[in-house]
Ligand binder design. Structure first.
Ligand SMILES: C[S@@+](CC[C@H](N)C(=O)[O-])C[C@H]1O[C@@H](n2cnc3c(N)ncnc32)[C@H](O)[C@@H]1O
Length: 389
């Protein structure tokens, strides 16, 4: 693959909803969504051929045969390099004067972004926080291990709620090389990174049962950047919760200056039922958007994966109940929480009604985000929102 092609491919992966095309005819749409759970149910594995049924009822066979839903998600949804490069640009523009070294990834899921953050500079640290313990554990075994020796010492993953971050528990691991920080005491009272005692943890991957290993009792460097990507703030439905979350972010940021970066999507296509899909070499990724309630501004998103080789469908691999916050609502909440300034960086996305390539990675989308004061409504757009502490 040539350099240009590689770059193009990266940019294509970098987009989220950009690379979808409308669903082919003949795809059998599901009628109902599960509740807020994000785990695939046994019924969510659908065979394309009846003769596969017996094999699929054998859980051993299924787990050996099926790639992890987290791996499929990372391959289809995430683009950590693109996000990091924008975050560095934003930090330089709105703070400057020093290199950002300390990142916090809220709603981190498998914390792919945090793992990528650690790769390029051994001085960097990352803190991840999520409600999903399985995703955090998967991160330890499949993302942090690829960072190299510095990975485990540079990352602190916490299992808990972004609305009560100090109660979140440190996720531990017992692999010999997997050392996690035994981080003690207060958070964000100053900008010093104190040497952390490294502890080899017993007892397997788990959220710590030890109450001392909460985020409250952890000595973490004040963060230069806090981020919440892939529309995660839409998981918070109440305005008061959004403001509370933003206040927690502000507390975690360095007193020397820092930024919070989140993303959100919108456009006329985001407020209606929609199914989009994108084909990868070994699987097809389907984004299913339920009806949009204009009173609550809520919808439900389900992500499905169709595996060609295995002739199986992993339906409802991930399912989210989202409130689609508008840009001015988010700005008001950020200002109410105490941020100094808020900036919108928007990128128009391809029209969801247009059919595009059904092979490979789709049509190249080399449209960059731009800072805007006004933006006319489109079929689909994506925004980074940057709040300066
Ligand atoms: C859309 S996923 C985003 C995952 C990842 N940030 C990414 O970029 O792909 C939303 C994540 O937020 C987590 N989550 C939802 N509500 C949360 C809360 N109140 N506190 C912490 N994590 C939460 C879910 O477990 C899930 O991993």
């Amino acid at each position: 693959m040539g350099k240009k092609e590689k770059k193009q491919r990266h940019q294509q992966r970098g987009s989220r909803r950009a690379d979808f095309y409308e669903e082919e005819e003949g795809y059998e749409a599901g009628n109902s969504f599960p509740s807020d759970q994000e785990q695939p149910r046994p019924d969510d594995f659908e065979d394309e051929e009846d003769e596969q049924e017996e094999k699929n009822n054998d859980p051993q066979h299924r787990s050996n045969d099926m790639p992890s839903k987290f791996l499929l998600y990372q391959q289809s949804v995430q683009s950590p390099k693109g996000d990091i490069s924008y975050m560095l640009k934003f930090f330089l523009m709105y703070v400057g004067g020093r290199q950002p070294l300390h990142l916090q990834e809220d709603f981190c899921g498998t914390a792919l972004l945090s793992a990528e953050w650690l790769r390029s500079d051994p001085r960097r640290t990352a803190v991840g926080l999520d409600l999903d313990l399985e995703a955090l554990q998967w991160c330890m075994e499949n993302n942090v291990n690829k960072v190299g020796a510095d990975g485990y010492s540079g990352i602190s993953l916490f299992h808990g709620n972004v609305l009560q971050p100090l109660e979140a528990k440190l996720v531990r691991s017992d692999e010999p090389q997997e050392l996690v920080r035994n981080i003690i005491l207060t958070e964000s009272t100053n900008d010093l990174v104190e040497a952390s005692a490294l502890e080899s943890v017993q007892g397997g991957l788990e959220a710590s049962a030890d109450d001392n290993c909460t985020k409250r009792n952890s000595r973490l460097p004040a963060r230069d950047i806090v981020c919440a990507f892939n529309y995660s703030c839409c998981c918070l439905h109440k305005r008061a919760d959004l403001v509370l979350y933003f206040k927690h972010v502000l507390e975690a940021l360095s007193k020397k200056g820092g930024i919070f970066v989140m993303d959100v999507y919108g456009g006329t296509s985001s407020e209606q039922k929609l199914r989009l899909q994108r084909r990868f070499p070994n699987f097809t990724y389907v984004w299913e958007q339920d009806e949009f309630d204009i009173i609550q501004r809520k919808t439900r998103i389900s992500l499905h994966f169709h595996l060609q080789k295995q002739q199986k469908k992993l339906r409802h691999a991930f399912s989210y109940s989202w409130r689609l916050w508008s840009l001015p609502e988010i700005r008001d909440c950020l200002e109410e929480a105490g941020f100094q300034s808020v900036h919108f960086w928007i990128r128009e996305m391809p029209d969801t009604k247009e059919n595009r390539s059904t092979e490979g990675f789709g049509v190249a989308q080399d449209v960059k985000y731009e800072e805007v004061e006004t933006f006319q409504q489109q079929d689909a757009w994506n925004a980074y929102i940057v709040a300066v502490a």
